[in-house]
Design a protein around this ligand. Structure first.
Ligand code: MG
Length: 204
């Protein structure tokens, strides 16, 4: 199983990162060892002093596909979850400045938090109009709607599957809206998807 993640898929987040809006989707991967699907506490790692939250809508691939056409991409998923793409921003900044890969700053253990999946049918909506938010200690710090994505879920699937075979169980973290920021020991994070609290996580 692989965890594919998209960078800068919401324009306001690209500008808060002082980065250009990409012309084509940009992906990176996290290893499966990064996954925290049971909302176990996040233990603040000792190699960073600036771990930041990125709340993202996640889709799970339901069948094998390669070179998937955009118009067929919707057949490859049927449910959504919320995830947190934890990022050791200080490590990432250093790696970027040195022109080096920033894999470890986003691939460390526990950096891919995942809620349970909710069928789109149950939500009664398509993947392209989903409200989501992240609360930190009860206060909303990030809020977005998937309609504001630069590249839609179907475009992401079509694009990445030209290069990488998608397999059942693969996850796609579809990018974060504006408002990324640091977490601290003692924080409680809560993910809201279409008004439902689907994710709760303590930082320890
Ligand atoms: Mg992200």
């Amino acid at each position: 199983m692989k965890i594919l993640c998209v960078v800068r898929n919401y324009a306001p987040h690209a500008s808060e990162m002082k980065a250009e809006v990409p012309k084509e989707p940009v992906f990176f991967i996290k290893p499966d060892s990064a996954l925290n699907p049971k909302q176990l506490p996040f233990f603040y790692p000792d190699f960073s002093t600036d771990v930041q939250h990125e709340i993202e809508v996640v889709v799970r691939i339901e069948k094998v596909g390669k070179c998937i056409e955009p118009r067929f991409a919707h057949k490859y998923y049927n449910s959504v979850a919320l995830g947190i793409d934890f990022t050791a921003r200080d490590m990432q900044r250093k790696a970027k400045a040195e022109g080096m890969p920033w894999f470890l700053s986003k691939g460390f253990d526990g950096s891919a938090v995942l809620s349970g999946f909710v069928p789109l049918e149950e939500l009664g909506k398509g993947v392209d109009n989903l409200e989501f938010a992240l609360k930190r200690n009860g206060e909303t710090v990030q809020a977005g709607n998937t309609r504001d994505m630069i590249f839609s879920v179907d475009k992401l699937i079509a694009y990445v599957s030209r290069y990488v075979t998608l397999r059942t169980g693969d996850l796609i973290y579809t990018g974060t809206p504006a408002g990324v920021g640091p977490v601290a020991i003692g924080d409680r994070l809560e993910g809201i998807l279409e008004g439902r609290s689907v994710l709760k996580l303590d930082v320890k």
